[in-house]
Design a binder for this molecule. Structure first.
Ligand code: SF4
Ligand code: SF4
Length: 343
């Protein structure tokens, strides 16, 4: 049995445990996205989550944040950005995550991956890496192309001991929807997971897909063979959005089951709703989690943030959500504001 297989079996066991823990209790975050640096080495036109100047957050502070998240009972911590590989001590942070028994993830544009860096990530104990590839050839909108990143995928296939998920995207600004299927097929060919996401606007909201885009979504979903890929295929929220339908929920579990921890150490609902609630992590308690678990968000019916969909599925059986208002009334709003209503 090689190291990748051994790691994969261990990860399956830990994921099973975290699902069981999430089913027993709703008082802890399942997934936290943490920002070790806001800076990015790219500038994708559709992105509002980066700058080109921010320094890395000092490693001591990042380790303190990981310890606080462990105290809250967090199950998965994923490093995101900006581009997290720009952080010089990223591996130390990942090792601290694993030291707490927490599943460690990383979302990267892949540009800085080398054989040496992949081996360092192996050593740190990284569990899961996600790389988004937007097109086959780079264009004005995005340089995250298969042409540039295929070499990085080959390096990952050769050296990575962690799981790799290649995410392709559909939606506004992506010139050729068929590119997403080419990317997904290449991912599966190399033995990786292939998922597809729907690009959102600056408020995390849906822009309807056309018939070609919907066809490509179905094709990629049928390629997904792995458990994470199956989540993509079975995600009922994503399915409705692809068909242009709102989802029948008013409480996403952001702020409770999912936290977005920005570079300043503040907890937000998600990358698209920064500022709410905007509470320093050291002041975030189980009372905040319980309150946000029940807070209604008007952005929920057309929200495309798939990681929040995925963690929210965990609680659908225990707290089903009837539709309390007509989502058609929201669909005309160009910039739907976030409205927090305590239930
Ligand atoms: S690589 Fe990621 S963080 Fe950087 S600009 Fe593109 S989408 Fe934004
Ligand atoms: S529904 Fe939740 S995850 Fe989606 S944009 Fe609103 S606060 Fe963020």
């Amino acid at each position: 049995m090689n190291r990748r297989t051994i790691h994969s079996l261990g990860l399956k066991l830990r994921v099973t445990r975290l699902i069981a823990k999430g089913l027993v209790s709703r008082d802890h975050p399942v997934l936290v996205h943490m920002i070790p640096t806001r800076r990015c080495n790219l500038s994708c036109r559709y992105c509002n989550e980066y700058d080109s100047t921010s320094p890395p957050v000092p490693v001591k502070e990042l380790l303190r944040r990981v310890d606080l998240l462990a105290k809250l009972g967090t199950s998965i911590i994923t490093q995101s950005g900006g581009e997290p590989l720009l952080h010089p001590n990223l591996e130390e942070v990942i090792a601290r995550v694993r030291g707490h028994g927490i599943v460690a993830g990383l979302i990267t544009n892949g540009y800085l991956l080398t054989a040496k860096r992949i081996k360092q990530l192996n050593k740190a104990g990284l569990d899961h890496l996600q790389m988004s590839i937007d097109n086959v050839m780079p264009d004005d909108i995005s340089k995250k192309s298969l042409k540039v990143l295929n070499k990085k995928l080959e390096l990952l296939a050769e050296y990575a001991e962690f799981q790799v998920n290649v995410n392709s995207v559909l939606g506004a600004g992506i010139a050729n929807p068929e590119d997403a299927a080419v990317v997904a097929r290449r991912a599966v060919e190399l033995g990786f997971m292939g998922t597809v996401g729907v690009i959102h606007d600056g408020f995390g909201q849906l822009r309807a897909l056309n018939a070609t885009q919907r066809k490509v979504f179905d094709e990629i979903s049928s390629l997904a063979t792995h458990s994470f890929g199956r989540i993509n295929r079975l995600n009922p929220y994503q399915r409705n959005l692809v068909e242009g339908k709102p989802n029948d929920w008013w409480v996403c579990r952001a702020g409770a089951r999912y936290l977005y921890l920005c570079e300043d150490g503040l907890v937000h609902y998600c990358s698209q709703q920064r500022g709410a609630p905007g509470i320093p992590l050291e002041n975030y308690t189980v009372e905040n989690i319980r309150r946000e678990y029940r807070t209604r968000k008007t952005c929920a019916p057309y929200c495309t943030i798939s990681c929040v969909h995925q963690v929210s599925i965990m609680d659908r059986w225990r707290d089903p959500q009837p539709l309390l208002y007509d989502p058609a009334a929201l669909s005309g709003a160009a910039d739907p504001p976030l409205i927090r209503i305590q239930s």
